[in-house]
Design a protein around this ligand. Structure first.
Ligand SMILES: *Cc1c(COP(=O)(O)O)cnc(C)c1O
Length: 396
């Protein structure tokens, strides 16, 4: 197995153990120089010529291909832009158009709330009797009936790391004639994904988590190549038009995945993401997965031995887990705050989940042991039982 550790490529504060790369990846070290150079030579010097001369206009597709390689998507089937919430809306709207006559969008109660909220908003806008049905994650396969237009699932549960079987569920959806949409927010850069093999119609995801694109980095959308020229974009913006610079008065969708673009891309964020994606060019996702599982197994064994008050909330079978481990503890919020005070960064998800992400590009076994030492200290010395750790911040 190739060594995939590249700690020196990331700006990690001395002494900090960062177990939150599943929420916001750290900054690649070259980023400040890279961005300041881009600002000077491109925005500063080229100004509007940058759209052509610096390739800003093609950047969403160029970066889309870099992301596509990690999720088993063929070239020119992924495009970047907007935020994940917007991409969910766009994908579900297109999925409903692929399946006229059916009114149910099926999801699960473990899904990240914004995905469900966006579907509610879409349904209200469409006003044609569409309904969102949510069932427990274990019940999804059985709930796919021939009323279901679109099955929308997040592959890896953001709270517990529990993972859906992508190929099996996609097959069940297709058996009933439903369109399959996967949210890969906690999959891209975390686990091997083979979208092409799954035959799913669409996928979306974000890039500021495992891919280290930086806060506010653009999202991605994938459409299966045989459908890309057929789907109807609900967000029919000019940069998804066949000929944006003809400035004609009516919308005509562009070729293939390009039609899923909406408006002007966030060039600075996209430039940061493109630079971050270069760190992935020689990463084999199967090597990364093996390293991730080793770190997670070590973490679970050491936490259970040394902090028995924490109970495992993630599946025990590593094959059923993404790249995070969660533990339940009634005072989880305060315990996480105390731990952050000791420079081990994880996060908290209501009601009682302490969440830790495992990112083998910049974490090794020694980091895991140090993190567990500090978790044991928080628990042994009841450091969580301090009022200063009990008031909740806006972002948890
Ligand atoms: C992180 C995450 C989001 C966030 O959406 P944004 O529009 O980028 O804020 C959405 N869905 C899932 C499943 C997520 O994990």
């Amino acid at each position: 197995m190739a060594n995939i550790l590249r700690k020196e490529a990331f700006a990690l504060p001395e002494g900090m153990i960062y177990l939150d790369g599943n929420s916001l990846g750290p900054m690649p070290k070259m980023m400040p120089d890279h961005l300041s150079q881009m600002l000077e030579t491109e925005w500063g010097h080229l100004l509007i010529k940058g759209w052509n001369a610096a390739g800003w206009m093609e950047q969403p597709s160029r970066v889309g291909d870099m992301v596509g390689r990690l999720i088993g998507a063929p070239p020119q089937s992924v495009v970047m832009g907007d935020t994940l919430s917007i991409k969910v809306y766009q994908a579900v709207a297109a999925g409903l158009k692929l399946n006229p006559g059916r009114k149910v969008i099926l999801s699960d109660t473990g899904n990240f709330p914004t995905d469900l909220y966006m579907v509610e908003g879409l349904i209200n806008t469409l006003g044609q009797g569409y309904v969102l049905r949510t069932v427990a994650p274990e019940e999804v396969a059985g709930a796919i009936t021939d009323e279901v237009a679109v099955v929308m699932l997040t592959q890896v549960d953001y709270r517990t790391g529990r993972m859906h079987d992508m190929n099996a569920i996609t097959q069940s959806a297709h058996d009933k004639g439903a369109v399959m949409l996967w949210d890969l927010a906690h999959s891209a850069g975390a686990i091997p994904v083979d979208l092409a093999a799954s035959q799913a119609e669409m996928a979306v995801g974000c890039t500021y988590k495992y891919l280290n694109g930086g806060p506010g980095a653009p999202a991605f959308i994938y459409v299966r190549p045989d459908l890309a020229d057929r789907i109807e974009p609900a967000l029919s913006g000019w940069l998804g038009h066949q000929a944006p610079f003809d400035f004609v008065l009516n919308y005509k969708p562009g070729a293939g995945i390009e039609r899923m673009r909406v408006g002007t891309p966030p060039v600075m964020q996209m430039t940061a993401l493109e630079a971050a994606m270069r760190l992935w060019e020689d990463v084999d996702m199967h090597d990364l997965r093996a390293a991730s599982i080793a770190l997670q197994e070590q973490f679970i064994a050491e936490v259970e031995a040394r902090a028995p008050a924490l109970t495992l909330a993630s599946p025990r079978d590593p094959e059923a887990r993404g790249s995070q481990v969660s533990f339940r503890f009634a005072q989880g919020y305060a315990a996480m705050q105390a731990l952050i005070h000791l420079d081990v960064i994880g996060d908290f998800r209501a009601p009682d989940i302490m969440r830790f992400g495992f990112t083998p590009l910049y974490l090794d076994a020694a980091d895991v042991s140090t993190a567990v030492d500090r978790i044991a200290k928080v628990m042994d010395e009841k450091l969580w039982d301090d009022p200063k750790y009990k008031t909740r911040n806006k972002v948890t």
